[in-house]
Design a protein around this ligand. Structure first.
Ligand SMILES: Cc1cc2nc3c(=O)[nH]c(=O)nc-3n(C[C@H](O)[C@H](O)[C@H](O)COP(=O)(O)O)c2cc1C
Length: 434
C-alpha cells in the first residue's frame, strides 16, 4: 500500500473508527490543545477553528495502533519496519509540480494565514509543533528532515528550537561560520512516512530516504519555488525561507515529559514564501502528549532492539509511558546465562544514552504491563545484588532529578534492574486453579 499524503492516512483512521470530528469551531488559544489532551491516545481529532478557514487535524500518531494501521502492519511489527527502513532506505523521486504548490503566497502574515495554537498556560506564545524542517548540509548537500518546534514571533518570523548536536544544528553552525543564512523549508502536514522518518536518526542516512524505506516506495518531492530544497509534493503547507544568523528568545514551552523547557536564544526562521494545497489542513500536535512521545520513542525502540539482539535473545521491549517513551525501557529476554541481563542493559544504553532506567525481565513478563513489571521487580530482583547504579554517565537533559538547592546539579546516573529469576524457578510459579 502507498499512502502518498496525510489525507490518505486520515481516511484510513476514519474508516477504522479512530477519528473524532468535532462540530463546534474551537479557539486556537487553549481550546484545540485541551481537545487534543482529552482524546490523547484515544482518537485523532478533526476540527474547525474560530477565525480561520483552515481546518485542524491532530493526535494523528497518538497510538501505535493508528500508526500501524497507516503502514498496514500489526503494532508489534513497527520496530521491524523501522529497522527495515534503516537497512533499505529508498531515494526520493522529484516531480515538476505537486498539490503542495496549488497556492503561492509571497506576502505572508502567519498570524492570519495559519491557525497556530497556544497550547499551555505558561507558553511564551503560539507554537507550530508538527513542523518538520528540511535543510541541506552546506558541505555535502545531503538533505535532512527533523522536527523543530517553532514560536511565532512576527508576521514572517518564527524562533526554531534546534537541539545542540542534532543534524540541523550542525548545518546551522556550518552556515553560521561562513556568515550565511541557511536555506530551509518547514513542512506542516507531511505524509505519514515522513512524520515517522523525521523522528529517526541514522547518522548520514537522509530521512527522506528513510521515509521511502518505511513505505517501500520513493517519497515524492517537488522543488521549492524560492530555495534549493525539495519538499513532499503532497504536503499540506510549506514555508520556504531561511534560518537567519539572528536569534530571539524561545520558551518556556512544554517538552516531551509534560513539564516546561527553559528559555533560550534560538535562531529565527524567516518566511520567503508560503505554498499550500487549496484546502490545506493544519496539523496540530500536542507537545508532551502521547503522539510526541510515540514519535520520539518508537524509532528509538527499534534502535535499542537492533543493538540488544546481538547480546541476548530478546523477546520484546517497550519504552514505558511512565518514562515518557524516552527515559525508561523494559526488555524481556529468554535468559541463557546469568550475565546476560546486565550485558543487555549496557547494549540498550549504548543505543540510547538518554535512558535513566533499564529493567530486564524474563520472557513470561509482558513488557507493556507495568503492574506485571513492578511485580517482577519486587519478587525477582534482590536489593543488593540485582540493582546496579551507573554513575557519571551521559544522561538526558530531560531528567531534572539531579537539581538540588544552592545551584548544585548532580552528575547524571542510571539504574539497571535485573528482574529475572536467578534460580529455583519453582518458587515463582503462579498458582493455577484446575
Ligand atoms: C514531535 C517532536 C518534536 C520535536 N521537537 C524538536 C525540537 O524542537 N528541536 C529538536 O532539535 N528536535 C526535536 N525533535 C527531535 C528530532 O526531530 C529528532 O531527534 C530527530 O531524530 C533529529 O535527528 P537528526 O539530528 O538525525 O536530524 C522532536 C521530535 C518530535 C517527534
Amino acid at each position: 500500500m502507498v499512502l502518498k499524503d496525510l489525507r490518505g492516512y486520515i481516511r484510513i483512521l476514519e474508516d477504522a473508527g479512530f477519528l473524532k470530528r468535532l462540530s463546534k469551531p474551537l479557539s486556537t488559544k487553549y481550546e484545540v490543545s485541551s481537545v487534543l489532551k482529552k482524546y490523547n491516545g484515544k482518537k485523532a481529532v478533526f476540527a474547525s477553528v474560530k477565525g480561520f478557514e483552515m481546518n485542524v487535524v491532530g493526535n494523528l500518531c497518538c497510538s501505535k495502533e493508528f500508526i500501524a494501521k497507516g503502514l498496514d502492519i500489526e503494532p508489534n511489527q513497527l520496530i521491524h519496519q523501522f529497522i527495515h527502513a534503516s537497512q533499505f532506505p529508498i531515494e526520493p523521486k522529484v516531480f515538476n509540480n505537486g498539490p503542495s504548490q496549488e497556492v503561492e503566497n509571497e506576502n505572508v502574515d502567519l498570524n492570519r494565514e495559519l491557525p497556530i495554537l497556544t497550547h499551555y498556560e505558561h507558553d511564551r506564545g503560539p507554537y507550530i509543533t508538527s513542523s518538520i524542517i528540511i535543510a541541506k548540509d552546506p558541505e555535502t548537500h545531503r538533505a535532512n528532515a527533523s522536527y523543530h518546534r517553532m514560536l511565532l514571533t512576527g508576521k514572517k518570523r518564527l524562533a526554531a528550537r534546534l537541539v545542540e548536536g542534532r543534524n540541523l544544528h550542525a548545518f546551522y553552525q556550518k552556515s553560521k561560520s561562513i556568515k550565511k543564512p541557511l536555506e530551509a523549508a518547514v513542512i506542516i502536514g507531511a505524509p505519514l512516512e515522513l512524520l515517522l522518518a523525521a523522528a529517526m536518526s541514522y547518522g548520514d542516512i537522509s530521512e527522506l530516504t528513510l521515509a521511502g524505506g518505511l513505505m517501500k516506495n520513493p517519497l515524492e518531492l517537488v522543488k521549492c519555488k524560492t530555495i534549493n530544497i525539495e519538499v513532499p509534493r503532497r504536503a499540506e503547507i510549506v514555508l520556504e525561507g531561511h534560518l537567519l544568523l539572528e536569534k530571539e528568545k524561545e520558551g518556556p514551552f512544554v517538552d516531551i515529559t509534560g513539564s516546561y523547557d527553559v528559555v533560550r536564544e534560538q535562531p529565527i526562521f524567516e518566511v520567503e514564501m508560503l505554498t499550500r494545497q487549496e484546502d490545506a489542513l493544519y496539523q496540530a500536535l500536542l507537545s508532551g502528549g502521547l503522539e510526541h512521545q510515540l514519535l520520539m520513542g518508537t524509532p528509538k525502540e527499534a534502535q535499542i532492539y537492533d543493538k540488544v539482539k546481538n547480546v541476548s535473545a530478546v523477546k520484546e521491549l517497550s519504552l514505558t509511558q511512565a518514562g515518557s517513551n524516552w527515559l525508561d525501557v523494559v526488555i524481556s529476554i529468554k535468559k541463557r546465562h546469568q550475565q546476560e541481563p546486565y550485558l543487555t542493559a549496557l547494549a540498550a544504553i549504548a543505543a540510547h544514552y538518554s535512558l535513566k532506567r533499564v529493567v530486564i525481565v524474563d520472557e513470561d513478563i509482558d513488557v507493556n504491563n507495568l503492574l506485571m513489571v513492578e511485580k517482577a521487580i519486587l519478587e525477582r530482583a534482590h536489593p543488593v545484588e540485582d540493582f546496579f547504579v551507573l554513575k557519571n554517565i551521559k544522561g538526558s537533559t530531560l531528567d531534572k532529578s539531579g537539581i538540588r538547592s544552592d545551584n548544585i546539579v548532580l552528575p547524571p546516573a542510571k539504574i539497571v534492574i535485573d528482574a529475572t529469576i536467578k534460580d529455583q524457578r519453582e518458587f515463582f510459579e503462579r498458582g493455577k486453579i484446575p
